[in-house]
Design a protein around this ligand. Structure first.
Ligand code: S3P
Length: 265
């Protein structure tokens, strides 16, 4: 005769099987949804859909036990679904370049929320490793030292896939950096008008190259000096003025998909 413990374990195994089958089905559907959106030119990013799922869960959890644990599992399921969709869309790194204040960090964060992709914020990683701010690195070690750290970090990124790499504004100025970016990444140039950039950077004090020249003519001149290299590095260019992060990311995804399609033709 089967004892109580054995019976409980058997029931638990049955639960796991239900969860497993549910997850396998869910993952398949998630892939089908992405294929359908792609195939029909529908909006890829639909944050309101996730908000709806979260609301549904909160409603369903009312009065139930172990709410925190269940919520935790569902967060994990949603993140993994996003990863599955992201891998379907891009099997490379997305490298964001552009002048200071063009929105590289904002867009990286948003892409990471939408696709559960890991983000490398180059300035932040370098500052953390050096244990000082970007301004202090420039002051203590000089610009060349900082530029070498950027190159080293990009080389390190070669072993990664499906990441968002948010570069510093000056990173694409070195040809070898651009070569590293392109090895397993698509390079997206974010662009904005000098006036827009001025508005975005005017209250920040960790941009040593413009700290003492925060004005539209100086920004225009430095942008002009860099324009050729930015454009040469870019696989796609996105104008960001007057657009919100959802519009920018949606455009970015479609432009990358179009590029893949052209290459695979
Ligand atoms: C720089 C841009 C900065 C930072 C450093 C130098 C540049 O990055 O890397 O201050 O040369 O344009 P952000 O574009 O993220 O501000």
């Amino acid at each position: 005769m089967m004892d109580t413990l054995e019976k409980l374990r058997e029931t638990l195994d049955q639960c796991d099987e239900i969860i497993l089958n549910g997850l396998l089905m869910r993952n398949r559907i998630v892939e089908e949804i992405m294929a359908y959106k792609e195939g029909h030119g529908l909006q890829i990013l639909q944050p309101e859909q996730e908000a709806k799922q979260v609301r549904w869960l909160e409603q369903a959890l009312k009065g139930k036990r172990h709410q925190r644990e269940v919520r935790d599992v569902f967060t994990c399921i949603r993140d993994n679904s996003k990863r599955i969709q992201a891998r379907r869309l891009f099997d490379y790194n997305i490298v964001l370049i552009g002048f200071m204040g063009t929105g590289k960090s904002t867009i990286s964060r948003y892409l990471s929320t939408m696709f559960a992709m890991e983000v490398i914020e180059m300035d932040q990683v370098i500052a953390e490793r050096e244990g000082m701010s970007i301004s202090d690195i420039f002051e203590v070690h000089g610009e060349q030292y900082f530029r070498d750290a950027e190159t080293a970090l990009l080389i390190e990124m070669q072993s990664k896939k499906n990441m968002v790499i948010s570069c510093g504004g000056g990173t694409p100025m070195r040809a070898c950096n651009v070569a590293e970016m392109k090895k397993n990444g698509r390079v997206v140039l974010l662009n904005a008008r000098p006036e827009t950039i001025y508005e975005r950077v005017k209250d920040n004090h960790d941009r040593p190259l413009i700290e003492n020249n925060k004005n539209v003519p100086f920004i225009t001149e430095l942008m002009e000096k860099r324009r050729e290299k930015y454009q040469a590095a870019a696989d796609i260019i996105i104008q960001t003025d007057g657009k919100d992060r959802l519009e920018i990311c949606e455009e970015l995804v479609w432009r990358l998909l179009e590029m893949d399609e052209k290459e695979n033709r």
